[in-house]
Design a protein around this ligand. Sequence first.
Ligand code: ATP
Length: 238
Amino acid sequence: AGDTPLIAVSDLAANYGHVAALKPTSLYVAPGEFVTILGPNGAGKTTLLRAITRLIASSGRIAFNGRDVTGLRTHDLAKLGIIMVQEGRGLFGEMTVQENLSLGAYSLGGSSADVERRYAKVFELFPRLRERADQIAASMSGGEQQMLAVGRALMADPKLLILDEPSLGLAPRVAAEILSTLGNLNKAGLGILLVEQKAPLALKLAQRVYILSSGYVRAELQTHEIKSHHDLARYYFH
Ligand code: ATP
């Protein structure tokens, strides 16, 4: 049905030892939607993304395109198209740009023609990566490394792209460039779930926002409902 979310998580929860970092949380991303998660430091945003992608153990249910995928492992979720760009980028620093990109496509299937098409798309979005295809990843600027991290995720042919603070540590202009590329990918139909500290930038792109604080969703808002940062701030602390 047209109403089936791209992803829907229900009562997702995760602990670190005795610390309930993520209390039972439910959220969804509709097909083609751009959703942002905001919240203060330590709110559980990274934990939430890692719970969705099963990088950490979590309880609760996850449905993808209406199919129950609870219990699938990270790699199987990736095969279905749930791809995450982790905070800190997770690149292979000693490998080249090209090698990092090829690892994004590795083991997720697709014919070599598919893979070639994905390279072409990534290089079209980030011409810098083409120019620097043979450069060692660790020697690139922070912005270039983040482009590479997004490019590598795109090589996996995501249906839902999940990103954890891609603007972290980047100059404002570079952060804006990367986020606007995400906006373009979304306009082309890609579902996006973004954790971002730079709320004004994220709110320009997202259709909907969840505010996470102390490990649970304090509010769910349409971005057009948010007129000023005061509308957000009152949910941040309590
Ligand atoms: P930030 O914006 O600062 O990255 P966040 O919203 O992403 O914060 P999380 O990183 O998810 O928050 O952390 C949520 C809570 O869980 C915090 O109290 C944090 O200290 C704790 N936590 C995170 N990772 C671990 C871990 N590996 N072991 C123990 N506690 C952890």
